[in-house]
Every structure is written in structure tokens, then in C-alpha cells.
Design a protein around this ligand. Structure first.
Ligand SMILES: Cc1cc2nc3c(=O)[nH]c(=O)nc-3n(C[C@H](O)[C@H](O)[C@H](O)COP(=O)(O)OP(=O)(O)OC[C@H]3O[C@@H](n4cnc5c(N)ncnc54)[C@H](O)[C@@H]3O)c2cc1C
Length: 450
């Protein structure tokens, strides 16, 4: 009976589950306020999608002036930039970064704040008593362990903790379908000079200057690059599914390396173990075909090699918490502002895969326009000591597609960390915390930084 072997090994005032994009910001933010913080992560490194998932570059929130609302995100970029591992593209995005070096920066930054990390530990259960999470159960090399806490923050991307504790969650669109997933990969040994010339020769525009570079195509478009990919399908080198979405970015501090934001697969239930395993196998076969095509037929890739394939399936959207407020497309239409607004974005609705909502998703904003995310989107409607941050905050399917970008995930992470710290210090239920205090602290931190 393994459940008899659970030991009460640890406790912390605030327990952050998931040390990814948002989780690191949450844990740093909370520990910075002098609160005993434990970060539980199933991988053996921090960063989640932005490191293990190889998701680079960060998009930017596109709010006029491109000013960060998260001091922690701004500091992360500064730390990376100092050693040449982050770059500004000169077109409004200073979030080009090196995912491997991001692991070091996040770990050092968090440990400097005095926080603790438990790596290789996957949450498998939660003990809830009188509407509060009393403890979580994690599995790691020591077996099953119990961790008690006053406040818990779910930063797993998939609302794992919320789900295990019985909090209400949403998932997918009205039909229950989620956005397409991708398995990213990196290719090294690329001759950028040759590649850039080829891309210009075929008539694609590349505005970015060396060392930055991007190329992108969608199978249903009629662009010079997509026509080349279609020819590869006609000749049998690639399959139609391989070219649905094709995109690659240069990586700061990694000369000759491209990070591919593909292949992409639709209609995957990531909560079905067999289905996600089959998808990983399918994606790896797609990568093999894409790489063979690049190496044999694409100028600049003659001496290239695969450096690595992401160690996690890239999930754009899955479970979302039901919070005190559900951010919706209506809020985007109205460019809504909130007294407890803790994040700002002007990023467009960005739905991947064949979804009905794609056509209704054109809510792009004009100059100076943006929507705010209220702190209440991070507060569980059901559990008194549970907050969430990252792509799994309380939002509709359509709204989530815009707020899932990394800077916004870090803003919600930083806000959740502040909220959790205040609640732990003052013995408050998260629902009773005035989100304006969190906004105030975030604005103060930014003022100090500028
Ligand atoms: C293919 C793809 C391309 C994208 N492209 C871009 C882009 O170009 N720019 C951009 O800004 N954004 C992009 N995004 C979006 C963005 O990267 C993610 O939405 C964001 O990083 C999610 O952050 P998060 O903290 O919510 O989740 P994650 O960063 O994924 O972190 C979740 C963490 O929780 C951990 N975890 C999960 N379950 C458990 C458990 N049971 N126990 C313990 N730990 C657990 C994971 O290991 C992980 O570390 C992309 C996303 C994908 C998938």
C-alpha cells in the first residue's frame, strides 16, 4: 500500500506548483517579500515552456511603448542581456532569448531571493479540508511526499492542482476541443548568410537584421515559402500535415541555430496518456521528415544537424481555472480596465489549429489600446487558499489565446506571488484580498526599476 508510505516531509507558507514561465515569476515575487516559499517542479530545471519547451522568443504585450508591467520579466531580460543571451530586435520586441541560458538565470534569480526548489517532483494529489488545500502529495525519487502550506499557487499550465483539489475548471472551446499542440526542435550548423539570401531571392521579406532571423509559413497560404513547402509535399518528401504551420527563429547567443515552432498537430487530448504518447511519436516522425527536407533541399542547411527536440509537448491551452472573474473576448472588444488590473495586453487573439473561433478572433487593437486582466482572474472561486497564474488563469477559450504569451504569464505570476505573500502574512483567504493592493505593489516595483 503505497499511500501508507506518505511522509510529512515539508511545509512552506506558500507552495508554488509548477516552476515554468509563470511559476518562476510567482515564486520569485513571493520570496522577495520575505515569505517562506517552496517551488515544486516536475522537471529537473526551471522554465517549463520557455526552456524545456524551447518556446523562444517571448512575444511582447504590444501595449504602446512596449513597457513591461512585470518588474520580474524586465529583470529576467536584463540578466540575460548582460551576458549576450537576450536581444532587442529593434521592432518593438526585446524578448529574444536563449532558452538554455534562461534555465540558469531563473534558478539563480529565485535562489537569490531565498526560495526553495523541489525538482523532479510531480504533484499527484491534494488534500482538501473545509474548502482549503491542507497539503499536496508529490511523487519523486523519495517516493510519495506530503507538503503542507498556507497558500498554494497553481502554475502547472494545466490547472493540475486546481483539478486535483476539486476546483471548477474549464477546458477547450465550446465543443471541448483545445488548440493545436507542437513539438519544437532546434537545428544547428545553419549558414544564416546563405539562408537569408535564399529567403530574399524567393521574395519573402525578412526585416530583422543579423544575428536575428525569422521565417514562417502556413500550409493554406499562397506565399513564396509555403509554395516551396507545397512542392516538397507534391514530390513526396513531406506530408501535408508537416506544413500546416512552419516557423523558425534565430536564438541569441547560439550562432547558426534555429528554433523551430513546429510541427503542429490538432485535435489532441493531452490528458489522455496514450494519445499524448502517440502524438509525441507522430511529431518526432514529422521532425525527421522536415529536417531531411531542409538538409537536402533548403539552401543554408547543408551542414546542419538537429541539436535537440523539446522534452515536453508544447501545449497552448488546456484546463483553465474558474476564478472570481472570467476574462472574455467581450473584455477585449471593450478594451476593459479594472481597479484590480494586474496585467495589460494588446496582443491579438491567436488560435492555432482548425477551430470555429478563428474567424471570430480578430480583435486586434489600435495604437494606445489595451485590455487589463483583473487580479480576480487568478483567484479560485471554490478554494479559499488557491491562486493560479500563467496560461491556466480564469478566461474564456478565445481570451486565453491572447493572454498565454510569456510576458503576460509572468505578469500574472508576479501578481499571484504578491497576493499569496500578503495572504500568508495576514492569514487571509485569497477571495478576501483586495486586488488593488497587488496592483499597487506591482506598479511600485516597476517605478523603482525605471
Ligand atoms: C508551441 C508553442 C509556441 C508558443 N510560442 C510562443 C511565442 O513565440 N512567444 C510567447 O511569448 N509565447 C509563446 N507560447 C505561449 C507561452 O510559451 C506559454 O503559454 C507559456 O510559457 C505558459 O507558461 P506557464 O507558466 O503557464 O506554463 P509552463 O511554462 O508550461 O510551466 C508549467 C510548469 O509546470 C510544471 N508542471 C506541470 N504539471 C506539473 C505537475 N503535475 N507537478 C509539478 N509540476 C508540473 C511543468 O513542468 C512546467 O515547468 C507558445 C506556446 C507553445 C506551446
Amino acid at each position: 500500500m503505497i499511500f501508507n508510505k506518505i511522509e510529512n516531509v515539508d511545509k512552506a507558507d506558500v507552495v508554488v506548483v509548477g516552476g515554468g514561465t509563470a511559476g518562476c515569476a510567482a515564486a520569485i515575487s513571493c520570496a522577495m517579500m520575505g515569505v517562506d516559499t517552496l517551488l515544486v517542479e516536475k522537471n529537473s530545471f526551471l522554465g517549463g515552456s520557455c526552456t524545456g519547451g524551447q518556446v523562444t522568443p517571448m512575444m511582447c504585450n504590444r501595449v504602446e511603448g512596449n513597457i513591461d508591467n512585470s518588474s520580474i520579466n524586465a529583470l529576467i531580460k536584463r540578466k540575460l542581456k548582460k551576458d549576450g543571451f537576450a536581444l532587442d530586435d529593434g521592432y518593438g520586441n526585446d524578448g529574444w532569448f536563449n532558452p538554455e541560458m534562461m534555465k540558469f538565470v531563473l534558478e539563480d534569480f529565485y535562489l537569490e531571493t531565498g526560495g526553495r526548489i523541489l525538482y523532479d517532483s510531480e504533484i499527484v494529489d491534494a488534500e482538501v479540508e473545509n474548502g482549503k488545500i491542507k497539503s499536496i502529495i508529490v511523487h519523486n525519487r523519495s517516493g510519495l511526499q506530503k507538503i503542507e502550506g498556507k497558500i498554494f499557487i497553481d502554475c502547472t499550465g494545466d490547472c493540475e492542482l486546481a483539478y486535483l483539489s476539486g476546483a471548477e475548471c474549464f477546458c477547450g472551446n465550446k465543443k471541448g476541443n483545445s488548440q493545436a499542440v507542437s513539438l519544437r526542435f532546434m537545428v544547428g550548423g545553419v549558414d544564416f548568410y546563405k539562408l537569408r539570401n535564399f529567403i530574399s531571392e524567393i521574395g519573402e521579406v525578412c526585416i530583422l537584421s543579423h544575428p536575428l532571423f525569422e521565417m514562417a509559413s502556413e500550409g493554406n497560404l499562397n506565399t513564396p515559402l509555403s509554395n516551396i513547402l507545397k512542392k516538397a509535399v507534391d514530390s513526396g518528401t513531406l506530408k501535408v500535415e508537416d506544413i500546416v504551420y512552419f516557423q523558425a527563429f534565430a536564438v541569441p547567443g547560439m550562432p547558426g541555430v534555429l528554433s523551430f515552432n513546429c510541427p503542429e498537430v490538432s485535435d489532441v487530448n493531452i490528458f489522455d496518456g496514450k494519445e499524448s504518447s502517440k502524438t509525441l511519436i507522430k511529431c518526432r516522425r514529422m521532425i525527421k521528415r522536415l529536417f531531411a527536407f531542409l538538409k537536402n533541399d533548403f539552401p543554408g542547411f547543408e551542414d546542419s544537424f538537429i541539436i535537440s527536440v523539446s522534452n515536453m509537448l508544447g501545449v497552448r491551452e488546456s484546463r483553465r481555472l474558474k476564478g472570481l472573474y472570467v476574462l472574455s473576448e467581450k473584455d477585449f472588444q471593450l478594451r476593459k480596465k479594472f481597479e484590480d488590473g494586474i496585467a495589460k495586453t494588446s496582443y491579438s487573439i491567436d488560435i492555432h489549429g482548425e477551430m470555429d473561433e478563428k474567424s471570430s478572433g480578430n480583435l486586434s487593437m489600435g495604437k494606445g489600446e489595451y485590455v487589463e486582466i483583473p487580479f480576480r482572474c487568478l483567484v479560485s472561486a471554490d478554494i479559499e487558499n488557491l491562486l493560479a497564474a500563467g496560461r491556466c488563469i480564469s478566461s474564456t477559450f478565445i481570451a486565453q489565446s491572447a493572454i498565454r504569451i510569456q510576458p503576460t504569464c509572468r505578469e500574472t505570476g508576479e501578481a499571484a506571488g504578491i497576493g499569496a505573500a500578503i495572504c500568508a502574512k495576514e492569514n487571509l483567504n485569497v477571495q478576501n484580498l483586495d486586488g488593488r493592493a497587488v496592483r499597487f505593489e506591482m506598479e511600485n516595483r516597476m517605478k523603482k526599476l525605471l
